[in-house]
Design a binder for this molecule. Structure first.
Ligand code: SF4
Length: 373
């Protein structure tokens, strides 16, 4: 497929003009956010935005209704959240949030800054479309099923499967070579892309990238399933500490709650399921975090109906929406009407629909239509 226009993914320097005002998307490679960065984001959301920090399906962050783009840029640069102007929109890297702490074959987090720096270090790679997604899976299978473009999936303590266009290429590479090979694959994609936004849109794209790399498949390809459930609640780490998986209602984190999270003084991870992982807590601290933050709305109960629902922006954020979808889905959850996985949309485009089995609840001029799968 050849695209006539470049992708329009928003960033900090290129805001999306949503119906409710300018929207900024902030890349956080590997989903990792430091406490001071979270505090800066909370203050920016309060003083320059609508008071919330949105979590995206790629583990990035968004601020809505941005009132002063220049001031936001200045603050994010000061917080280390905008290290490059030229490459800001290509830093789309998701990684297994629990890697190195709970299970998994290989800790992929150290690869994130290496890949990020590698992307930023090559001028040509700024030409990658903002849609291209790099995936790093520690072997548990939570990330490779997200349908990324270029990635690695651990198959041993020092070996990865090379993932291209969301599938196992059958190529096996060492951990030491993983970043260089992903960067080379990105160059291969650019050689072939002819305006395409995603590798899967390029005819024979996977074969072309493999040819560019000069590598040969050597293993039976693995099948990757879409992971549906985020890690929630008390997660015992291999080192005796605790990670807390926390759901966020409709992926929208109020700035006040973000300030409390920053006060825990731990790096935390934004997951591609619009939730959070707060790692490296002593048991007593973890108990205290749950006691304080659960009443404020963070979800530590894996059976919460809030974890079953997702929704598009709806009104007032989207001019196409027929209704305030988020208010409607909140009412449905609070009245106990949600018992299965549902995605609510303000029109038939179904933006933000998660992968895998999900019932579509779509606004129409005659009310909501429910399409069960
Ligand atoms: S699904 Fe429709 S209403 Fe919802 S954000 Fe997308 S275009 Fe807007």
């Amino acid at each position: 497929m050849t695209r006539e226009v470049p992708d329009s993914c928003p960033g900090v320097l290129r805001l999306h003009q949503a119906a409710d005002g300018p929207l900024a998307r902030i890349r956080v490679p590997g989903g990792r956010v430091e406490p001071a960065q979270l505090q800066a984001l909370a203050e920016a959301a309060t003083e320059l935005g609508d008071g919330n920090i949105e979590l995206t399906s790629r583990g990035n962050l968004q601020l809505r209704q941005v009132r002063d783009a220049g001031e936001l840029t200045r603050r994010l640069e000061a917080a280390g959240l905008l290290p490059s102007h030229s490459h800001e929109r290509v830093r789309n890297i998701v990684a297994s949030p629990l890697a190195g702490r709970v299970g998994g074959l290989l800790d992929v987090h150290p690869l994130v800054p290496l890949l990020d720096n590698g992307l930023q270090g090559v001028a040509r790679l700024a030409e990658l479309p903002g849609r291209v997604l790099f995936t790093l899976d520690d072997g548990r299978g939570d990330i490779s099923g997200l349908g990324g473009d270029i990635g690695v999936h651990a198959v041993g303590a020092d070996e990865f499967a090379l993932v291209l266009a969301g599938g196992d290429s059958g190529i096996r590479i060492s951990a030491a070579d993983a970043v260089d090979i992903m960067l080379a694959a990105a160059h291969g994609f650019l050689d072939l892309s002819a305006g395409a936004w995603r590798l899967r849109e390029v005819a024979n794209g996977v074969a072309g990238v493999i040819d560019h790399l000069g590598l040969s498949p050597s293993a039976e390809p693995l099948a990757f399933a879409a992971a549906q459930a985020p890690p929630i609640g008390w997660l015992a780490q291999d080192d005796g500490l605790v990670s807390l998986g926390a759901g966020v209602r409709l992926g929208s984190l109020p700035a006040r709650l973000a300030e409390f999270l920053a006060a825990i003084e731990r790096s935390l991870f934004v997951t591609p399921w619009r939730s959070l992982v707060i790692p490296d807590l002593a048991e007593g601290v973890a108990e205290q975090v749950v006691r304080v933050l659960a009443p404020m709305g963070l979800i530590f109960d894996a059976n919460s109906p809030w974890l079953l629902v997702s929704a598009c922006a709806g009104q007032p954020g989207c001019a196409k929406s027929l209704t305030d979808v988020r208010a409607d889905v909140a009412a449905a959850v609070e009245s106990g009407r949600v018992t299965e996985r549902e995605h609510w949309s303000g029109c038939a485009r179904h933006c933000g629909r998660p992968r895998g089995q999900v019932t579509d609840v779509t606004a129409t001029t005659d009310g909501y239509r429910v399409d069960r799968l």
